[in-house]
Design a binder for this molecule. Structure first.
Ligand code: OFO
Length: 169
């Protein structure tokens, strides 16, 4: 039987992963409507990934004798001031998610739930990868500086990064 405190934290995480999925979907839509096909593609794929994270937790909670609760989600933002602002928001969001996963790890240790602790390691590693991939994009954006004239090339680049990533999965 799943420890009640661990279950509570996992249910909160379901909501966070669901919000992440919607946030990236909103970002995909903004990018697509601004002609940024590569970035839109990256965001759509990211949104799908977040949904799989959410489902992974839903199924785990239910399999361990708990009940996964699906709650209402906050509305994600509609507009972003620039591509740089967009990815800074993604990075900030992923850092918040990493902290949230670490917090669940901490509760698992306090409650001596070593099964969930071990299961969570997948998420710990996933967060390292997600932060690294967004940070790589932010580095490219820094190289571009304030000029937007190379945005087309960056967009192509991001499209290639994503395709490469899915080939390696
Ligand atoms: Fe679910 O990893 Fe991002 O948020």
């Amino acid at each position: 039987m799943l420890n009640k405190n661990v279950e509570k934290k996992l249910i909160e995480q379901i909501e966070k992963e669901g919000y992440s999925s919607n946030l990236y979907l909103a970002m995909a839509s903004w990018s697509e409507s601004n002609g940024l096909e590569g970035i839109a593609n990256w965001m759509y794929a990211q949104s799908d990934e977040e949904r799989t994270h959410m489902l992974k937790i839903v199924k785990y909670v239910n399999e361990r004798g708990g009940q996964a609760i699906i709650s209402a989600l906050d509305e994600p933002p509609v507009d972003f001031s620039s591509v740089k602002a967009l990815f800074e928001k993604v990075y900030e969001h992923e850092q918040m998610i990493s902290a949230s996963i670490n917090d669940i790890v901490d509760v698992c240790l306090k409650e001596k739930d070593f099964t969930t602790h071990s299961w969570l390691q997948w998420f710990v590693n996933e967060q390292i990868e997600e932060e690294a991939s967004v940070s790589a994009i932010l580095d490219k954006l820094k190289l571009l500086g304030d000029q937007n004239n190379n945005l087309y090339l960056l967009d192509r680049d991001i499209l290639a990064m994503r395709n490469q990533g899915s080939e390696n999965q």
